[in-house]
Design a binder for this molecule. Structure first.
Ligand code: HEC
Ligand code: HEC
Ligand code: HEC
Ligand code: HEC
Length: 149
């Protein structure tokens, strides 16, 4: 019954029905256990520090862009633009054997960001209405690794 209610709420809110539960998310630290370099690089970006902008009870409507999870429809998983805010809720795909097959990983929720168009669409969901006057560049690095240019 609980689950049914949660699913119908998610559907009513128009959010992806696949993200019906908090258990669908693993959290950035879990991704970092296998991707330590990406984790370290991401931690140095403003995406990892959005919590510092808010008090104890951030407005859910702000968390649609400043957090990871299902805000404003549901509670945030974390007040940060975490790995899964861009790559998709990871509980189903964050397994070594799954991750080694991009086709299987994508079928289990890993967002396909391979093309510039897909990447631009991802960023636009949060950055289109951004307040800065400088033009936004969807190709800007989000977790530059040491060896990357
Ligand atoms: C148990 C270890 C493990 C965990 C946990 C894990 N990954 Fe992976 N991931 C891998 C492996 C192995 C690969 C394939 C080889 C590589 O690219 O390093 C991979 C590949 C990827 C890729 C590239 C996929 C492609 O298109 O080729 C992305 C993006 C990714 N992981 C993101 C994540 C995110 C986000 C999380 C957390 C939700 C996560 N991973 C958790 C092991 C893991
Ligand atoms: C549609 C997505 C979206 C929503 C909703 C949103 N923000 Fe933001 N916010 C952003 C983005 C993207 C940036 C980064 C802008 C940049 O640096 O180009 C940002 C930046 C900020 C900054 C940094 C200062 C600045 O203006 O660059 C603050 C503070 C902030 N937001 C507070 C809030 C608050 C408070 C709310 C809720 C009332 C909110 N935001 C709602 C996307 C959003
Ligand atoms: C702001 C969005 C965003 C966030 C946050 C983010 N990524 Fe990514 N990630 C991307 C994009 C876009 C790509 C596609 C490759 C590229 O062009 O950089 C990517 C690529 C990857 C890859 C494939 C290898 C590579 O470097 O291209 C891995 C692995 C990965 N990310 C892991 C992570 C992990 C782990 C986290 C959290 C610690 C994370 N990402 C956070 C957007 C993001
Ligand atoms: C889930 C919403 C969300 C997504 C998706 C997202 N961002 Fe952000 N981004 C933010 C927010 C919110 C901030 C502001 C963080 C802060 O300053 O507190 C931000 C800040 C940034 C900044 C720092 C801007 C500055 O003024 O220093 C860059 C660069 C950036 N994002 C690039 C990207 C790129 C490139 C993508 C797509 C690959 C992307 N973002 C996807 C929400 C998002």
């Amino acid at each position: 019954m609980r689950t049914l209610v949660a699913v119908s709420l998610a559907l009513a809110a128009g959010s992806a029905a696949a993200y019906a539960s908090r258990r669908d998310w693993t959290g950035s630290a879990a991704c970092g256990t296998c991707h330590p370099a990406h984790f370290a690089a991401w931690q140095a970006t403003p995406h990892a520090r959005t919590a510092s902008r808010f008090g104890k009870k951030p407005d859910p409507k702000c968390l649609a862009c400043h957090a990871t999870g299902e805000a404003p429809a549901g509670p945030p998983v974390a007040v940060e633009v975490g790995c899964e805010a861009c790559h998709g809720a990871g509980a189903a795909y964050a397994e070594d054997d799954v991750m080694r097959s991009p086709v299987v990983a994508r079928a289990l929720g890993l967002t396909d960001l391979a093309t510039p168009a897909a990447r631009a669409k991802l960023c636009a969901a949060c950055h289109l209405r951004s307040t800065k006057k400088t033009p936004f560049d969807p190709a800007a690095p989000v977790h530059t690794l040491a060896k990357a240019p």
